[in-house]
Design a protein around this ligand. Sequence first.
Ligand code: ZN
Length: 555
Amino acid sequence: MRFYLLRLLAMLSLVGAPAASAAPTPRLVIAISVDQFSSEVYARYRENYSAGLKRLSSGIAFPVGYQSHATTETCPGHSTILTGDHPSHTGIIGNSWFDRNSGSTVYCVEVAGNNDPRARGPQKLRVTTLGDWIKQAHPRSRVVAISGKDRAAIMMGGHKPDLVAWWVDGVGFETSQYAGRADDEIQNILERENAGFAKAWSSAPPTLWPAQVPAYCQSLVKPHHFGDIDVNGKVPPTGAVEATAAPGFASRKEFQGAFRASPLSDTLALDFAANMAERWKLGSRRNTDLLAISLSATDYVGHLYGNGGAEMCAQIHALDQSLGAFLHRIDRLSVPYLVVLTADHGAADAPERLKEHGITAERVDGGAVIRALNQHLRHALSLDSDPIIADDAQLLYVSSPGDARLARRISSEAVNWLRQQSSVEAVLTRDAVAAAAPVAGKSPAELTLAERLNESFNPDRSADIFVEFKKYTTFGWPHRQGASVAGHGSPWDYDRQVPILFWWRGAPSKTSSAPVETVDIAPTIANMIGIATPPVDGHCLSRVRICSGKGAPGN
Ligand code: ZN
């Protein structure tokens, strides 16, 4: 508690000072998160980049950076990028978690006590963001955050964005009065933006995927059997063309699913971001503006088709092109700008295709594991109801209202049972995780499982038992088209490793193998634009900038 109080006091006073600068101070910071862009996928196609990803890779590139915590999901991952803090401090320990007070699951950007099902906001985010620091120093600076997902836009936009918007199926880009400004100016912008593509789609249905798969993706076009689903491996994927064919397609569920998992959804988000940069003349004020963008299509494509096929190859190719077009529009603003590109987490490919490459990979029904565990506990401890609550088989909450001794017995019996399961690698208790804070300066590549979990651990919100399944475990068995065939969320490196790219015009060209972290991004950028930061988990990267105070040496 004392630590938190000190932290809060320090945050309020905004300690720290900017370093002397070498390059012109950026007037516009563009922070891009590519949802589920793993280091592995980034590296696989790096030779083929010819547009935006090529340019961003030509600056200071850390191909293997880390989202170093264990619970590698979208909301926690996005919470680290512009706060400088691990989820243990941002409080965003998952996309959702079990709330012991209300006895229900809460979503990371829901607004407590609000009856409007579309109310969204950053109220559960317990720290401030780069945008908040900028606004505190320079109230007239603009902070804009745009994404295909509410949780991504809100985590990057922080507590006081001028505009924060995300895609809502059947509506277009939307905001919420609890997330940022929702006044007439903002509503007019959203209406104009949404009317723009609605009009275009009324005269000709949109092309979700390029008609031709790039030549370097051709060899990946192969049929696969994922769970019960047959996937032909072609691009455009089955259903993507048909989804736009029927009258009134835009309101249909098939279209909405196909649109989200298509390159066009990223193109629309980037177009909107560039429109905002032009509309608000971002970068032309005396102080720095922030434009945060999270591109969701890579994640949806990865879930639907895995990340090792032609679909992902074509998606990354399209992303490269869209980013190139976006950067050209930003160039035309003629303002000094800085881009950082990273991801909220990585992912593993579908287990069936991993096995073709000789990797041991299995599907596990997480729900069945929890049901069997509850059945065992009811029998072994003579209980009338299920004592374990879990949406996620990796994070288990013990329910034993008012009986601490029983809770300990349940926990101990559950840990013993789980350790005997062949799909399980390790089981850790809350106490073990709480005590496992990594020593300062320890490389994210070297963290133990307990330390990775500690960086995702928040005493109020976190689970009682942590279950780590074997490497390359995929949860769920896909039964029909449209089901997820691959995922992420584990503490293993394929889910933790993400590229971190810094680019500005004239940036030195350097690729570093240093295992830097996404929590280093916000303090590094703050230093570059001369904004003081509160104390955060990350460090200013000394290779990107000569930082005052302690940077991470050798980065
Ligand atoms: Zn994600």
